[in-house]
Write a new protein. Structure first.
Length: 625
């Protein structure tokens, strides 16, 4: 075991998964001495489930992580095997990048970044307990050795008292045969109540044993940049994924063996993810479905192992082999690893404030699946915020939070700490009421100034960011001033583009608002400046959605008028006029703002009016001003 003296660290991060990596990097980059502890040095940034990053809403989180100076976007851009843009027929608010990763390469690169970051110490060690003093965390216990720190971040993933379920076989283990953090789970339960959640993973198969002629190829898209705003281009010969389907024969095998599934035998008590159900759950819940999608995804350049997305299961291994052979393309399949379900401890996110600090313990932060979320992207985003706030805590500076109008990360945290969750939480575009402003393309505009102020991005990157958005604004303004006359030549060009003729002259801006006309099409009517593709994209979105954006900005102004009203720490039972239910729930949540209070279930508009009057009486100011 490594040795270290007392008070060597400002921040200790427990767990080197996606949350722990971002937390440790953020805190170290902000000048803190950081100890990152992992159960196994070979499993840093492990992808125990699907070997991919991104997708609807999740891609927005990755872009936001990058805009705030995090690492996930850079890491996937450097290690991807395929990139696709999803929902291309829909608007920019719901378009999403998704990349297949070489999972081992992803791990190796992230580990290298951690090992070469100044002030960050990556070490192997099993944390057994926290050290606290008068409701303040002051360190951790590793194999009976106390290590002192100003702050601790819990980023334990699915390892707290983890159990693996494979048919009727149940054993203590973390993902893919790793250690389970038994002692830490027991000791955390002495400090606050824990819940049990469950997730799962599908079988892995030998890609050489598949018949691809019976499947549909899923190639990558041509792309010019990746998740990171710093990635200028990606040159890689993309590898395809493949699509096949289960069928009635597959479903019958599952039904016949349902009693052998840990999901249905009663062995599992934890709640599973609603939006990533097991194949058993899909067959039971949708009995009339003829088939369910199965995506065959390669796990790396130098392996024949493939991941069967959509087939998460806890059936016995022999049943898994049997059902796999009924799926087109898998008749001769060689199963390399069976799927399994995993159950683990997590805390109630209502115990957290919007800084991801546990309310009852000063200096104790939590991020990732311990907070009741699912997904690499949700974990990494939380880790970044927790790492930032742990660093600010050490510097005795005000902690930061993001609101729902600033970022998907703001929506994620707001949902968790105010509403809680009774199942693994997954970020979706539908959860964000201001999603038209929380797009992939403008994450830097929303968050990069914050990152620069925190010291998480360089002056050079900030200069490039300002140059980009100044160029967008200048071109949008120019398009409004350039007039196109209504002539036969103009109307002939419009007809070629499938657009109606002009009755009178219009600006290039008005022309671009037509859905069938792209920014590059404007070159047919007037010469255009040579703009980088991301700038041209920003111009097009800004112009086309100008009306909608202004409407949403007005809604955000109303939101911020109430969101900006700070609430002191109160015993709400003493606030006259509040309903009993509202007072009790407000006491439990202790919202930081009036806006947060308004989103707590059981707090009515009448209760908010009472609070506004109460605050006005306290301050003597007109809060409606």
């Amino acid at each position: 075991m490594f040795q270290c003296s007392q008070s060597d660290y400002d921040v200790i991060v427990i767990g080197a998964g996606h949350a722990g990596c971002e937390a440790a990097l953020a805190a170290a980059r902000m000048g803190q001495q950081v100890l990152l502890l992992t159960l196994n040095m070979d499993n840093v940034a492990l992808m125990p489930c699907n070997p991919s990053i991104g997708g609807p809403a999740k891609a927005n989180l990755v872009r936001e992580i990058d805009a705030l100076g995090g690492e996930m976007g850079k890491n996937i851009d450097a290690t991807l095997m395929q990139m696709r843009m999803l929902n291309t027929r829909k608007g920019p608010a719901v378009q999403a990048l998704r990349a297949q990763a070489d999972r081992k390469l992803y791990q190796r690169r992230m580990k290298e970044v951690l090992e070469t970051t100044p002030r960050l110490y990556l070490k192997e060690g099993l944390v057994e307990d926290l050290v606290t003093d008068n409701q303040q965390v002051i360190g951790v216990v590793v194999r009976n050795q106390s290590i002192a720190a100003k702050t601790v971040i819990l980023a334990t993933g699915t390892y707290l008292r983890a159990k693996i379920f494979l048919g009727d076989t149940v054993y203590t283990s973390g993902p893919q045969g790793q250690h389970s953090a038994e002692a830490l789970g027991h000791n955390l339960e002495k400090l606050f109540p824990l819940a049990r959640f469950k997730t799962g993973t599908p079988p892995r198969v030998n890609l050489r044993s598949l018949d691809y002629d019976q499947m549909t190829i899923q190639p990558g898209n041509e792309f010019f940049r990746g998740f990171s705003f710093e990635t200028k281009g990606i040159e890689v010969e993309q590898t395809p994924c493949w699509l096949t389907y289960t069928n009635r024969e597959t479903h019958q095998i599952i039904i016949d063996n349902l009693d052998k599934s840990a999901m249905y035998s009663g062995a599992i008590v934890g709640v599973g993810p609603r939006y990533c159900p097991s194949i058993e759950s899909k067959v039971v819940q949708f009995p009339k479905r003829e088939g369910h999608q199965v995506f065959v995804e390669p796990e790396g350049w130098n392996t024949s192992e493939g991941y069967l997305s959509g087939l998460s299961t806890s059936l016995p291994a022999d049943v898994q082999q049997k059902l796999l052979q009924t799926i087109p393309g898998l008749a001769q399949v060689e199963m390399m690893r069976p799927g399994y379900a995993i159950e683990y401890d997590c805390l109630d996110p209502l115990m957290l404030n919007s800084f991801l600090e546990i309310k009852e313990y000063d200096g104790l932060f939590a991020a990732g699946q311990i907070n009741g979320t699912s997904g690499y992207e949700e974990a990494a985003a939380q880790g970044l915020l927790a790492g930032i706030n742990a660093a600010l805590y050490c510097r005795e500076e005000p902690l930061i939070s993001l609101d729902r109008s600033q970022a998907y990360l703001g929506v994620l945290v707001d949902d968790l700490v105010l509403k809680g969750t009774n199942e693994p939480y997954r970020m979706m575009t539908s959860r964000a009421e201001y999603r038209l402003l929380l797009r992939l393309d403008n994450a830097d505009m929303r968050l990069t100034p914050i990152a620069h102020e925190l010291g998480l991005i360089s002056d050079q990157r900030f200069l490039e960011f300002k140059t980009k958005w100044n160029s967008i604004e200048a071109e949008v303004a120019r398009l409004e001033t350039v007039q196109i006359p209504s002539t036969s030549d103009t109307n002939d060009l419009l007809a070629d583009l499938g657009s109606s003729p002009l009755r009178h002259g219009v600006s290039l801006s008005e022309l671009l608002k037509r859905p069938e006309i792209m920014y590059t099409d404007l070159a047919k009517f007037q010469s255009l400046p040579k703009l980088p593709r991301d700038v041209a994209e920003g111009v097009e979105i800004t112009v086309k959605y100008q009306g909608y954006l202004k409407k949403q900005e007005r809604a955000i102004e109303r939101f911020r008028r109430i969101e900006g009203k700070r609430l002191p720490k109160l015993d709400f039972l003493h606030v006259r006029g509040l309903s009993r239910e509202a007072a009790e729930k407000l006491n439990t949540s202790q919202p930081l703002t009036l806006g947060q209070a308004s989103r707590i279930s059981g707090v009515s508009p009448a209760d908010i009016s009472v609070l506004m009057i109460y605050l006005q009486q306290m301050s003597g100011n007109d809060l409606n001003g």
